[in-house]
Design a protein around this ligand. Structure first.
Ligand SMILES: [Zn+2]
Length: 275
């Protein structure tokens, strides 16, 4: 699933083209993709978008008159693209906006399952829709992070992915961040000492900023990730082969040397079954 760096890179790409011209045609939308009926999509026609915003892993397109907000959640397989005038369009997009002059904003989703969502909302309802989200992970700061870690003692990997606690991190960037912070993915959040919290705060900013820069430059997953999905490859800090452990429906990647004092972590799902 695209996370903060990927979504922010897309937002920056879309910001200018989507606001250049008014919308002439809104839709069609796949029945599973469009999550709202009122106001109808046609209410967008004749209005101009005021650029692209982002909150956590969602993109927001407010209309310039301030009346409506188009909210897009791409989930795992959704992709949102701006197509210039004359550019070839995918056959059956899940959602589509056409602008004056022929530019289009097109949402596609690979696979048969339609999980991505589009909502057309009033600003007040959009705010309510996003109210459960924690603060943005990038630029959070040490003090705010310390409070979040202390509020709820959880395994670090699980806490960082919890959008209600802090927003924008998923399993891939959780792996990169915890590795850079040289912490165990299973460390209990409330037990981190002062210096470890500082390291984690630095790692969150450094990794998300690194990811954003690479994604803006068009880097693919293989070039962007250094730990996530890199089982058996040498750790970029110490050369030890990266290990993996299954936890909480997720696969966690880590360096045993840098993060767990040389110990291999036990598969939590398996040990639960054997207990
Ligand atoms: Zn290492």
């Amino acid at each position: 699933m695209p996370e903060l760096p990927e979504m922010e890179a897309w937002r920056r790409q879309l910001d200018e083209p989507v606001s250049a011209f008014p919308i002439v045609k809104a839709g069609p939308a796949h029945i599973a993709t469009l999550k709202t009926f009122e106001p109808p999509l046609a209410a967008l026609e004749g209005r101009r978008l005021d650029g692209a915003r982002r909150r956590a892993k969602r993109l927001l397109f407010p209309t310039s008159d301030g009346d409506l907000v188009l909210l897009v959640h791409l989930m795992s397989a959704g992709r949102l693209k701006y197509l210039a005038t004359g550019a070839k369009e995918p056959k059956r997009p899940a959602f589509r906006l056409e602008f004056e002059g022929g530019g289009r904003l097109v949402l596609t989703e690979a696979g048969a399952k339609k999980r991505a969502g589009v909502w057309l909302l009033t600003p007040k309802r959009a705010e309510a829709e996003l109210a459960h989200l924690g603060p943005e992970a990038l630029g959070l700061g040490i003090e705010r992070l310390r409070e979040i870690l202390a509020e709820d003692s959880r395994r670090l990997h699980s806490l960082l992915r919890d959008q209600r606690r802090l927003a924008g991190i998923g399993r891939a960037w959780a792996n990169e961040i915890i590795h850079r912070g040289r912490l165990s993915p299973f460390a209990l959040s409330a037990r981190l000492d002062h210096e470890e919290v500082e390291r984690l705060a630095d790692a969150i900013d450094a990794e998300l900023a690194r990811g954003l820069e690479l994604r803006e430059g068009g880097a693919n997953d293989a070039r962007t990730y250094r730990v996530h999905g890199k089982l058996g490859q040498p750790c970029y800090l110490c050369g030890t082969p990266i290990a993996r452990v299954d936890y909480d429906e997720h696969t966690v990647f880590y360096c045993p040397e840098c993060q767990t004092g040389g110990r291999l972590l036990k598969d939590r799902r398996l040990s639960r079954l054997l207990r």
